[in-house]
Design a protein around this ligand. Structure first.
Ligand code: ATP
Ligand code: MG
Length: 587
């Protein structure tokens, strides 16, 4: 590989990695053992996410340990110990009881990263109703669609979000029984036809007994990012917590004294599985930042909070790269020991940059809303091949498959051959349904596999390499090209900040590769630069894979979770309808 391998040795580790020997861990792993790392409800009452995250720590020294530190966007710092979280979540569970919400009813939250959101999430799970987070920047229409798909019974939101986005929708949401409002300054509210959160909580008891919970009871409803089409509502169960816990232990290398920062918003699955649940089941401290991305703010948080494990996403990493390495040097980031990334392909350039900037490489991992937890990862103890997603977790069987002529599925065993990434179902955090869309769910399974919709290949050492989404792959002159490969090479050019690559229909080649390029600060679009980039790409990629066309743009369209929406680049290029753009980030 052009990027070589980042070799790890014992000297790189501040602590012994939880997964020290990959082969051995795969051989000895069982989901039953993983389940035994958690407690289960007392008296054999099943498994409940809120018990494993909060209540089970109460009879241990963790009771007074810092569970969540919240950093407000204006500089406030609020701390919650495990003991305090237990009381507050008990209160919210009692509040749902008082509102006559039932087991399985959907409780939605539309809010930024405020402390109440975390309390409500866990209180809802205690009560055995279903928690459904909505990203706070959604406009009224995406909110209405999602509330309708899940038939929300309760919506908790803030006063200003209610007034701006929800009030006008109320008549179209007959199933929605209660709207609970959080004051914009966390204070009391007084709005007709709504319930005030603080009064609701203050009037309840802080003791609550979790009722028996079956591992198959519904727990979380998560909408996908809508990168490839209309978002789907993936349903997850309480038993998923076994996978949240063990995957964090193995792939994020959680140890007892860690201070963890997951930068994802709970509006997306990463922000729940690893932003709420896994750090708490592990008894570590989780930092939550209400503020938006800002390179200096982020480095400041890493430094002041002494973050040890940082879980972020390629978009953010690319923005940090854009801000330059000089900014990093102003901060003391020696507490950091493990960096991880998910959500999009992580360009090799970014892995190598982070090794230079932080002395630590980012570890890419792969998963989806549907899988509920990390499936393929670069582990702390494993050498990294920049550009690769790593290897499947213990307990996860991943394969590369292709459809045969008769519609059945065939596993490709030869290395380096691309096909669809498929997983053998059976891990606990696998989604159980696309809510209200049984046909769409059924279509994801064939030949004993769950088909992910992503294309990938596996090398001879078992590392998986992402090619692209099935929908984004470019077919040109008899070749299949993943846009990521082309985007990554373009990014290696010093003038390029980022790019989005699509297939543009062509009468001769079927499609040609077209790149939309955003330039770094200090560079201006010009015919010379365009030609230089075309030549640079041709030298690195060869004539077939290199783009034939380059267009300079000031930004590429992204989902609010930071993924490039290539389908939108394509629709705009071809003058076609834009389709569902409910998750499109505002310019
Ligand atoms: P939709 O299914 O609505 O189109 P989405 O697939 O973007 O949206 P998510 O479930 O949030 O919704 O994202 C999962 C997808 O993100 C994966 O299927 C894959 O395409 C991409 N992805 C996640 N992690 C990685 C990674 N490490 N490398 C490459 N791609 C990744
Ligand atoms: Mg998807």
């Amino acid at each position: 590989m052009a990027w070589g391998t980042i070799v790890k040795s014992k000297h790189d580790w501040a602590v012994e990695p939880n997964l020290a020997n990959y082969e051995q861990a795969r051989r000895t792993f069982s989901w039953e053992d993983a389940r035994r790392e958690l407690d289960g409800l007392p008296g054999g009452g099943g498994i409940n996410i809120a018990h494993e995250t909060v209540d089970r720590h109460i009879n241990s020294p963790l009771r007074d340990h810092l569970a969540i530190r919240w950093l407000g966007k204006n500089g406030e710092v609020w701390d919650y110990t495990y003991g305090q979280l237990r009381d507050l979540t008990n209160r919210f569970a009692n509040a749902l009881q008082d509102l006559r919400v039932n087991k399985g009813d959907r409780v939605y939250v539309l809010a930024g990263r405020i402390p109440e959101l975390y309390i409500i999430a866990l209180g809802t799970l205690k009560h055995r109703s279903v928690f459904c987070p909505l990203f706070s920047a959604f406009g009224p229409e995406p909110i209405r669609t999602r509330l309708t798909i899940g038939r929300a019974k309760v919506l908790v939101t803030t006063q200003s979000l209610y007034e701006r986005k929800v009030k006008s929708l109320r008549a179209s949401l007959p199933f929605l029984e209660h709207i609970v409002l959080i004051g914009d300054d966390h204070g009391f509210t007084n709005v007709p036809d709504t319930i005030d959160y603080r009064r609701l909580i203050e009037n309840t008891s802080n003791s609550y007994t979790i009722q028996p919970t079956d591992p198959e009871d519904m727990a979380l409803l998560h909408f996908t990012s809508g990168t490839t089409g209309a978002p789907k509502g993936a349903m997850h169960v309480h038993g998923a917590v076994v996978a949240h816990h063990i995957t964090a232990k193995l792939a994020l290398d959680f140890h007892r004294d860690d201070i963890f920062w997951c930068t994802a918003d709970p509006g997306w699955v990463t922000g729940t599985s690893y932003g709420i649940i896994a750090p708490l089941t592990s008894g570590i401290t989780s930092i939550i930042d209400e503020g938006d991305f800002d390179a200096e703010r982020w480095y400041g948080i890493l430094q002041s909070q002494k973050i040890t494990i940082w879980y972020s996403a390629p978009t953010a990493i690319r923005m940090l790269m854009k801000a330059g390495s000089d900014v990093v040097r102003k901060y003391d980031l020696r507490s950091l020991r493990f960096l991880s990334s998910v959500g999009e392909p992580l360009n090799p350039e970014a892995v190598v940059w982070s090794k230079e900037a932080f002395g630590l490489p980012f570890h890419d991992n792969w998963w989806q809303t549907e899988t509920g937890g990390i499936m393929i990862a670069n582990f702390a103890a494993m050498n990294i091949r920049p550009g690769s997603m790593g290897r499947p977790l213990p307990g996860i069987d991943a394969a590369i498959v292709r459809m045969t002529g008769d519609g059945s599925v065939e596993e490709i065993r030869e290395p380096d051959v691309q096909g669809e990434l498929a997983l053998r179902p059976g891990w606990p955090s696998m989604f159980r349904a696309y809510w209200d869309e049984p046909e769409r769910y059924k279509k994801c399974f064939a030949g004993g596999f769950y088909l992910t919709g992503d294309l990938a290949k596996r090398d001879q050492d078992g590392y998986f390499w992402f090619i692209g989404r099935k929908d984004d792959v470019i077919k040109t002159s008899g070749h299949l090209i993943g846009p990521f490969e082309v985007e990554s090479i373009l990014m290696e050019h010093k003038a390029v900040a980022e790019s989005g690559v699509i297939g543009k229909p062509d009468p001769v080649a079927l499609e040609i590769v077209k790149a939309f390029v955003v330039l770094r600060e200090g560079y201006k679009p010009s015919e010379d630069l365009r030609r230089a980039l075309l030549a640079f790409a041709r030298t690195r990629l060869g004539a077939v894979v290199a783009p034939k066309e380059i267009e300079f743009v000031t930004s590429v369209p992204r989902t609010r979770s930071g993924k490039i929406m290539r389908r939108l680049l394509k629709a705009r290029e071809l003058g076609l309808p834009e389709g569902d753009i409910s998750t499109l980030e505002a310019d």
